[in-house]
Design a protein around this ligand. Sequence first.
Ligand SMILES: Cc1ncc(COP(=O)(O)O)c(C=O)c1O
Length: 413
Amino acid sequence: MMGLTRQDFERRDAEDPLRLFRDQFHLPEGVVYLDGNSLGALPKRAQERLSRVVGEEWGEDLIRSWVLHDWIGLPERVGDKIGRLVGAGQGQVVVGDSTSVDLFKLLAAALSLRADRTVILTEQGNFPTDVYMAQGLIELLGGRHELRSVSTHELSAAIDDDTAVVMLTHVNYRTGALLDLDALTEAAHAHGALALWDLSHSVGAVPVDLDQAGADLAVGCGYKYLNGGPGAPAFVYVARHHQSAIRPALSGWMGHESPFAFEEVYRPAGGIRGLLVGTPSVLSLIALEEAVDLHLEAPMTLIRAKSKLLTQGFVDLVHQECSQSGLRLAGPEEADLRGSQVSLRHPGGYAIVQALSRQGVIGDFRTPDILRFGFAPLYLRHVDVWDAVRTLRDIMATGSWDRPEFRQRASVT
Ligand SMILES: Cc1ncc(COP(=O)(O)O)c(C=O)c1O
């Protein structure tokens, strides 16, 4: 049987219904960017709007802009837009703070909503910040609660009547494996527990329908597939039926019912706005809004279809071109079971990622041996997949990755 050729990938590009989106991004010449799951590319319109907002709104209108240009409405407005990408009806998503801080808010809310229960259940290998935030909260609350971590296949069975909240990341940051959000939410509810989803590696790349799944709580990053820019604020989702029962743990003035009344006593705003804490990061929210608006122009079914074709193309090509390289697939073989990411394993993973980057193929490394490649369907071409794997093949075949300069660890990997 004939193997895959570059022409096959060119044909996929010609047939790609999303191909025109690439031109909406600033992408450096000669780079194949497979790290949009860490930091999304720059949408040209975000750059343009930012420079307008800085010059005109900040520069000229100054503090009047909070009202004049509705800066104050950004967290809710952008929240509702992100809500459309994750199946959340209006008034359930708000944007602000980091994913870590938002996790803290939601874990605290979950433990107070299920005050008679003591367990936060999670998956072994969940992203460290999710685990750390739970550990810190448990300590703060006096150690009465327990964080229980189990393997993926034990999750459903581990939910019991002590479980207050099941805290899971939809797409695993290391392997790209996708959890069944609907089934696990249902399993949590069957025992009266809440379901808290971290959608950092899903939003903008994998279809999610929080309302339909009956999810209780969710968070997600703004700077990965959403392309909101470095350190973009995160989003938080609280299902409407929980909102009035939550007393925010971080009782900042922006979540007060009436911030500019400057009252002596905290009174939480009703609804999702109560999850806000301090002054919104206007410039970051502006960039994120433009990026999300662009995303909303692409149907999620097309995004997912392209994502699967990209990741499967990469997997198939690695099998075809790199079978002698010692690289092994770290995540699922089947496209339906993964997010928009493919991970490979190799003891020399760090150096290989550095060597690839030197050749213009940018992925990233996760300890101890994971080479991680993200596939952002809005700006990647199918030929990028071909070119990336051919570069990988050459690096592995020549052993050119195996040099001291590529082993020098940087502070960010
Ligand atoms: C699953 C997951 N949650 C959270 C984060 C990061 O949270 P923060 O934006 O607070 O740094 C990441 C970052 O990669 C992540 O992969």
